[in-house]
Design a protein around this ligand. Structure first.
Ligand code: NZQ
Ligand code: ZN
Length: 395
């Protein structure tokens, strides 16, 4: 193992921490671009509480509302325009992963010369990463992406229907205020999709990382076991703040870089899913629940010992030998059954997707994430045909 690690985000975690928003934002600016989604924060009172806290600390507010799930490039441009016009010096993201991702790119857009899409890989010869951004403060209202404490953002270019990602040092939020009470009103389906998303963040590195990272394996298993224990409670009773808190903490840790340290892992399941949500606007976590088990069955053929370990450690299945393919298959079945038990779809047809565009999804996946050998990085690396095969098996 050889690595460097840096996560500069100041994390404030716990029920009631929204009240510290003004104090935290005040350390970075005097006029905030307050970015929100389609209206949930207005309906449940979170918006008013956030504005009160900001105003109490003497911070002026300009609003950018209406960030849609699977946020679009034009929405980012609209928000950046508001920030520029209003002279904002800090960006506050109040919402789910979509709001947070859009906010990060809005914050960088003010300093980025030229076409914003150039910072996202989409088959171009070279790309320019953003180097500067306004300070960003994230306040997640949904436990899922981990965007609150990482330097990544996922945006869709609606003209080409391509969804791509950027990670850059300047996109790390200065502060993340993670208040599980804000997730109390998340509907059951979105709660379940968030649980699938956070688990998939750690299964990606668990299955695709380099060999010889036993501590990272244990971190990943801890996140998954915690999500499988507390997730169903949060789905069953959204007002169970203890369950909400455990799920949200797991979602933060799952993608703040800690679990992935040293694994050098790519994210093949994510890359395939992004091409589905780009075309069909489905919830990211629902798409992962469909692609994930199908991909696992494909990957287990080349790496049965890894999946056997997953089965043994997560589901207590006994192994006849380290590469026990039967136990590996049973563990994947158990995982899929868990996803179904909390209300996730696991077939493409359940999210309204048929077989007509499978080649297109595979091509788009490779457009965004093509390795030097022309394949999708992962264990195993996947050709276009392999991606189609996995998607076909999920029909
Ligand atoms: O828009 P509003 O009205 O707020 O409603 C949202 C939206 O309809 C609703 N919601 C959020 N908080 C709520 C609530 N409803 C009731 N009460 C609340 N407290 O939930 C719906 C989905 O929101 P969204 O932000 O789209 O969900 P999520 O957090 O799952 O974010 C998904 C996006 O993040 C990207 C995904 O690709 C997708 O675009 N990702 C970002 C990552 C990152 N930056 O690190 C990593 C992830 O793997 C992922 O790819
Ligand atoms: Zn994800």
């Amino acid at each position: 193992m050889k690595f460097e690690f840096r996560n500069p985000t100041h994390l404030v975690f716990g029920a009631g921490s929204l009240s510290r928003l003004g104090e935290m934002v005040g350390a970075h600016g005097k006029k905030a671009l307050l970015v929100t989604g389609g209206g949930s924060v207005r309906r449940n009172g979170t918006f008013d509480r956030a504005v009160s806290s900001l105003k109490a600390s003497g911070i002026a507010v300009a609003e950018c509302s209406g960030v849609e799930p699977n946020p679009r490039l034009s929405t980012v441009q609209r928000g950046a325009e508001i920030a520029r016009r209003e002279g904002c010096d800090v960006v506050v993201a109040l919402g789910g992963g979509s709001v947070m991702d859009a906010s990060k790119v809005m914050a960088a857009a003010l300093f980025y010369e030229g076409d914003l899409w150039e910072m996202f890989p989409h088959g171009q010869a070279s790309r320019r990463l953003p180097e500067r951004a306004l300070p960003i403060v994230t306040v997640p209202t949904l436990a899922a992406t981990g965007s609150e404490m990482n330097g990544g953002a996922v945006i869709t270019d609606e003209k080409s229907t391509v969804k791509s990602f950027v990670t850059a040092r300047c996109l790390y939020p200065q502060t993340a205020i993670v208040d599980p009470e804000l997730t109390a009103n998340v509907p059951q389906d979105q709660t379940a999709y968030g649980i699938c998303d956070l688990i998939t963040h750690v299964t990606e590195s668990y299955f695709n990382g380099v060999d010889g990272t036993p501590l990272q394996d244990r971190f990943a298993e801890g996140v998954i076991l915690t999500a499988m224990e507390w997730g169903p409670k949060a789905v069953a009773d959204g007002l169970d703040i203890e369950a909400r808190a455990q799920v949200q903490w797991a979602s933060v840790v799952a993608l703040n870089g800690w679990v992935q340290i040293g694994t050098l892992s790519p994210y093949p399941v994510h890359m395939i899913e992004h091409s589905l949500s780009a075309h069909h606007d489905i919830a990211h976590g629902a798409g992962l629940a469909v692609v994930g088990p199908a991909w696992m069955r494909f990957a287990a053929k080349t790496r049965p010992e890894r999946f056997a370990q997953f089965s043994e450690r997560l589901f207590g299945l006994p192994l006849q030998r380290p590469e026990d393919a039967e136990a590996a298959a049973q563990g994947i079945d158990r995982f899929e059954a868990f996803l179904r038990s909390i209300g996730c779809p696991t077939r493409l047809s359940e999210v309204g997707i048929g077989g007509a565009l499978l080649e297109r999804y595979a091509k788009d996946t490779l457009l965004v994430a093509r390795g030097a050998d022309g394949r999708l990085p992962g264990r195993p690396a996947m050709s276009e045909k392999d991606i189609v095969e996995v998607l076909h098996s999920a029909l």
